[in-house]
Design a protein around this ligand. Structure first.
Ligand code: C2E
Ligand code: SIN
Ligand code: SIN
Ligand code: FE
Ligand code: FE
Length: 616
């Protein structure tokens, strides 16, 4: 208790009584008092509102207030202040009523002494202690709130901020006490957790999770709103979503690349995905022409002024040319460089572009072109954005490479086909030359067989094989010695034995050649007969391939019309009569019927006949 300063207010209109109190207080040991005095209730209350006072000693008979009303008035104004009634009346009733009205104790003027005053002292000290504790606990609570990472705002029911901790100020992008007194419009909080985004002056958008607890603030209904910054979580969600969308975009591009060799179509799909997924306004792909080292625009998207664009630029020129030459991406460009590249500057101004990136398209170490993306307002990019841009560039490079490979493949296929056809025709000419007197036979039978096949409804794909088979039909005769082949008379049984092997020889010769496998039917089966009496395998009816059946009719027809070392040529009339007679034995009757119609329609097929003659 030592050295405590107790501040006491005495409201007493009687100077004698006041002096008595002063004397009693001065006798108290170990405690010093500071005594304030007032002789009216009004002046006393005025003093209380200006001074910190620990205890009030109150007379009940004042000029401006008497009796219990005095206690009631004082207690109503200062409910926490200990009031000790200081009464001249030895009246138990008034004393007890005083306590009910808010007084802590009462003292009788007549019995006033230091022992009595020690009670006054106790109230004063107790009050000081409570006050200190309150300050300490308030400070602790305040510290916790102030240091809280979550924003804490107390807003009244109109949304006016009555308190905001520093974290809340940071979330709203304001500093100091800026949030205080502002009216914030929070959305209707329908759930325990509600998300809001706070667009701020610094262009950052903060996502906040709100929680709301109704409370009282200085006697008014209010809400404690805690605001948790979930921007990072939100950003992570958005990143994942973006990632999923980008992967889908890549899948769509892959599908386009796998499903087509149409480069422009593929690149259009790619540019569509590039602009949407990268959030860009325009994009283009330029293709490097390795012969004259220029970049030519091959696909475009999102340009408003197509003519503002140079259709081709030299390698090393402008940004695209530099990206291709130096094999590096150009992500940011400075205005001086733009000005230094007049055609680019024209495009830039005409299209109102504000952001640009260019990535070289490299596949297997080879620069194929560039991918450019443009945006009409400035934008910041991140590693993921750049990563995706480069992935798209990789896809574009692959698409271009695929298309170029396919084009080369197609060309070499055509060259190879031409080479094969010439080889086949060369072989068949060699055959005709060896068969001297059958010269022209092969081309003739080929042409008529094709016509017959077409009439029978055979399609182009099969016709290719039929044509090759017809050209090579007697290639097996290469295995037949001249002595037999050129014998001017009938063959002996032994000679026949060899002659009849020519289809098998053809099969043995040609079957290892994959390219001719589908053309084997005619060389292998053109001597099979409808009734099964032919060779080499004695196949009958539909077991003989249609191509070989058609060809067999034409072959016999042409052989009989031609002179042979062993006989003279037959007349057309005799040949046709002979063919008719073989329907159902040597030949399929239906094929014979169609054949007779085809040869009686003597006009040669306009497309094919002349071609064959020309190439012969
Ligand atoms: P090729 O001369 O190209 O004759 C093809 C087919 O036409 C013959 O198949 C046969 O079905 C028919 N053909 C050709 N000439 C006659 C003929 O004078 N009378 C009749 N009825 N049909 C004829 P084939 O018979 O299997 O003969 C296959 C090949 O064997 C012939 O091809 C030819 O190179 C050779 N050959 C056939 N008969 C003789 C022959 O008597 N002497 C010689 N030196 N070679 C023959
Ligand atoms: C471009 O880079 O796309 C065009 C450049 C130019 O026109 O100079
Ligand atoms: C062919 O492939 O040459 C013809 C096959 C057929 O007609 O059965
Ligand atoms: Fe033959
Ligand atoms: Fe023949």
């Amino acid at each position: 208790m030592d050295n405590e300063l107790i501040r006491l207010l005495l409201i007493e209109d009687n100077p004698g009584d006041a002096r008595l109190v002063q004397e009693a207080l001065s006798e108290a040991r170990g405690v010093s008092f500071r005594v304030f005095s007032a002789d009216r209730l009004t002046t006393g209350l005025q003093l209380l509102s200006e001074q910190t006072v620990d205890v009030l000693l109150l007379d009940l008979g004042l000029p401006d207030s008497q009796g219990l009303d005095t206690v009631i008035t004082a207690h109503a104004r200062f409910p926490d202040l200990p009031i000790v009634v200081f009464s001249g009346l030895d009246d138990e009733t008034t004393a007890l009523e005083s306590l009910k009205c808010g007084a802590q104790d009462y003292l009788l003027k007549g019995t006033l002494h230091s022992a009595m005053l020690s009670r006054v002292l106790r109230y004063a000290i107790e009050r000081q202690r409570l006050k200190t504790e309150l300050i300490v606990s308030e400070a602790r609570t305040r510290r916790i709130i102030e240091k809280n990472a979550d924003g804490i705002v107390v807003a009244d029911r109109r949304g006016v901020v009555r308190y905001a901790n520093p974290a809340a100020n940071v979330l709203f992008g304001v500093f100091g006490d800026d949030l205080m007194g502002r009216a914030l419009r929070f959305p209707a909080i329908t759930d325990v957790r509600t998300e809001i985004t706070i667009p701020r002056g610094d262009e950052r958008v903060v996502t906040v999770e709100l929680r709301l607890v109704p409370t009282d603030w200085e006697g008014e209904p209010a809400d404690i709103i805690s605001l948790r910054d979930i921007t990072d979580r939100k950003m992570a969600e958005i990143r994942i979503e973006t990632q999923v969308q980008r992967l889908n975009a890549l899948r769509r591009i892959d599908t386009a690349i796998a499903g087509s060799f149409d480069l422009r179509m593929m690149l259009n799909v790619l540019l569509e995905q590039a602009t949407t997924q990268l959030g860009m306004d325009a994009a283009s792909v330029m293709l490097l022409d390795p012969t004259d080292l220029t970049l030519d625009v091959i696909a475009n998207r999102g340009f408003r002024t197509p003519t503002a664009r140079a259709p081709r630029i030299k390698l090393g020129e402008s940004f695209a040319g530099r990206a291709a030459l130096e094999r590096r991406s150009i992500m940011a460009i400075d205005p001086e460089l733009i000005a230094g590249s007049p055609s680019f500057a024209t495009l830039w101004a005409a299209e109102h572009f504000a952001a640009y990136a260019c990535v070289p398209l490299i596949v297997k170490g080879e620069v194929k072109g560039v991918l450019e993306v443009f945006h009409r307002s400035p934008r910041t990019d991140d590693d993921e954005w750049r990563g995706f841009l480069e992935t798209l560039a990789g896809q574009a490079a692959i698409a271009i490479d695929n298309a170029q490979l396919f084009k080369h493949l197609q060309l070499s296929n055509i060259e190879l086909s031409l080479a094969y056809e010439s080889t086949i025709e060369g072989w068949s000419r060699a055959m005709d030359l060896r068969d001297r007197e059958t010269e022209g036979h092969t081309l003739r039978v080929t042409e008529v067989t094709e016509r017959l096949a077409r009439t029978m409804g055979i399609g182009n794909t099969e016709l290719v094989h039929i044509r090759r088979g017809a050209l090579l039909h007697d290639i097996g005769k290469m295995g037949v010695p001249d002595a037999i082949l050129h014998k001017p008379g009938p063959l002996t049984a032994a000679e026949w034995e060899i002659m009849r092997r020519h289809p098998q020889f053809a099969y043995d010769m040609l079957s290892p050649i994959a390219y001719l496998r589908q053309a084997l039917d005619i060389p292998y089966c053109h001597h099979e007969k409808w009734d099964g009496s032919g060779y080499p395998r004695g196949l009958a009816g539909k077991h003989i391939s249609l191509a070989a059946q058609l060809f067999a009719v034409v072959d016999v027809w042409d052989a009989l019309r031609s002179a042979r070392p062993y006989r003279a040529a037959w007349s057309e009339r005799k040949v046709l009569k002979h063919i008719s007679s073989l329907a159902g034995t040597h030949f399929d009757p239906q094929v014979v019927a169609v054949f007779l119609k085809v040869v009686s329609d003597n006009a040669p097929c306009p497309h094919h006949y002349s071609e064959k003659v020309a190439s012969a």
